[in-house]
Design a protein around this ligand. Sequence first.
Ligand SMILES: Cc1ncc(COP(=O)(O)O)c(C=O)c1O
Length: 423
Amino acid sequence: MSSPATHVTGIDIELIRAQFPSLATTDDGRPRLYFDNPAGTQVPRIVAERMADCLLHRSANIGGYFETSRLAGEVADDARSAMMDFLNAPSPDEIIFGQNMTSLTFHLARSIGRFLEPGDEVVVSRMDHDANVEPWKLMARDFDLKVRYLPFDTETFEFDLADLDALLNDRTRLVCVGGASNLTGTINDVKAICRRARDAGAWSFIDAVQSAPHIVSDVQEFGCDFFVSSAYKFFGPHQGILWGRRESLEQLQPYKLRPAPDELPWSFETGTQSHEGMAGTAAAVDYFAWVGETAAGCCGSRRDKVSSALEVLFDYERTLAERLVNGLLAIPGVRVLGITEPAAMHRRVPTVSFTHATVAPADIARQLAEHNIFAWSGHNYALEVARALDIEKSGGAVRIGPVHYNTIDEIDTVLDVLQTIVD
Ligand SMILES: Cc1ncc(COP(=O)(O)O)c(C=O)c1O
């Protein structure tokens, strides 16, 4: 394989990597190759430092007259304003923190379910993680609603929006799809999907857990009603963030305790939040802003810097994805479960799943781990996807998920090791 390219369009990968202490960790002298990023990313130093500062100097409940309480309040305000910038939300009051995407989705589903009428319909997709399927199925069971399934094309790995048109009708109240698939990597045309939902008189719920680390999130541009992400997938701590359009949230009655505030966003936040998580989430947004300044030369608002960062990083990630996909296609017996055409790389995140004709996914992942290459195998909770692709019973797929701190050199190492595993 040819020599590694570490500088691409202004990105100094070594400078980026230096922000992440865990990337320098070795085990018995062997470097770690982190390709488990779709399951959870590493964190830059600034995230850990802000979390430590919060725990060490700002530990209190919010709303008191004393200094630590005021400082904890500052953390929450900063985090809301950071996420507002990250998502281009119109107001910090629409940013709701929670334990993770799954908990927030179950929480919201309970409120939406009691708002709907028996016989109303919800569209979920066969391309989604189960966290964007099962909460809605259970809601439908509990409130006597009907679930309709949006399929995807198992050759192109994309939705055909004519299929969505065929599902929408005057009983459709909610359309739930993902920003990007955690198995195939496909990026969905969220804007077009939300427009169709709106035209049908339905709300849209976007699971952006896998798109937010890679592409610009813009809830106003997308035109969605609800948008949920997880900071630990975008270089932050374990925390979920739900954005809801004010007019939509205000129609719902959240499940809440009596003394908890009735106003947004607190009415939807259950119990005491992880303030250290909020500090870390805000720091992850600031990390992107730093990348925007240093790698993209951007000097506008924090939102501008974050957007520039994501754009320049995504360009770089595409070079990684292309190298990985082409390398996999060159290995006999490998089937890549996602978009492979070089001209279509912008329609996928760099998460690449594949199977091999004779070696089981778990065996490949185990042997990769023996080389200190971290990767997942299985269905990765994308149950409907695994069933649609008929890989559930054969152990799912191997998933190699680079992000912007990975290098071409690392991709080449994975490909070399894979070749020896399947030989
Ligand atoms: C697309 C997608 N949605 C939802 C989730 C669940 O996220 P959380 O762990 O924050 O509940 C995941 C986790 O991998 C995911 O990949």
